[in-house]
Design a protein around this ligand. Sequence first.
Ligand code: NAD
Length: 298
Amino acid sequence: MDYKNITVAGSGVLGYQIAFQTAFHGFHVTVYDITDEALEKAKSKFSVLSEAYKKDLNATQQQIDKTAQNLSYISDLAEAVKDADLLIEAVPENPAIKTDFYKKLAEVAPEKTVFATNSSTLLPSQFVEATGRPSKFLALHFANTIWIHNTAEIMGHASTDPKIFNDVVAFAKAIGMLALPLHKEQPGYILNSLLVPLLSAATRLLVTEVADPQTIDKTWMKATGAPAGPFAILDVVGITTAYNIDKIAAEKTQDELKIKTVKYLKENYIDKNKLGISTGEGFYKYPNPAYKDPDFLT
Ligand code: NAD
């Protein structure tokens, strides 16, 4: 892997974190977004992330200064990718926007540029045609708060070149990630393939009145040694996200239990603004949730 210049497209929540993390690890990073306004917004997040890296990773001022030097901001796509070895796409999770972006990118990117999508729910094969370079395209998926939750799931599609795949695994390690290669396309990657069924099984136990959230979490924590149970995790993810996923599933399948779940979450949590950690209360109350109490499992 001899990547030096990385372009990150989309400077929103995840895009800017990816750009900062990559620059922090010594790569030249160009941040691309559609408007100068969006780029100004991204620049204003530099100091927030600097403080977080100092606090959480003991980053030195020298490292932060170097990170700033490694970052540049460009709103012209051709200019932003002209030297890119790798382009990481973090534009909105909308198939039409992504397809349009890849078509425009394919017209201006040099032949050497590898394209990687950070999409959480869409498969790379959906965009292969638009990229015009199947062998040099794959998914590189990060988690929110990348500097602490430093996982990188790497997932090719049927015609991703294995050498490119290995280069991207090496790149992920070079920017401080725990690299997690997937050998085939899988909606939800590894993490959400495990997590979504767990969270929905927990919700089902609650809605069908089998047990209360704390009992369900206690069972999971004690029996598996996990530091948190499914309802504590739902508070972190945000109950709105679970509600939206269930709502889409309920509308699509008309499944009775799903419809009941949506109603339950709406009446007991969404309408009461109990959305999880973000609003100070969800299944637990914050900042001192019961599951963190030393006596919770006794
Ligand atoms: P966001 O809405 O915060 O940011 C999207 C950015 O893309 C904005 O700055 C917007 O101006 C820009 N944009 C819009 N159209 C564009 C275009 N045509 N070209 C370039 N930039 C454009 O979104 P986000 O939460 O950062 O998500 C981005 C991607 O990352 C999505 O695919 C999402 O699934 C994935 N992701 C998000 C998270 C998360 O927790 N937010 C976690 C993992 C992966």
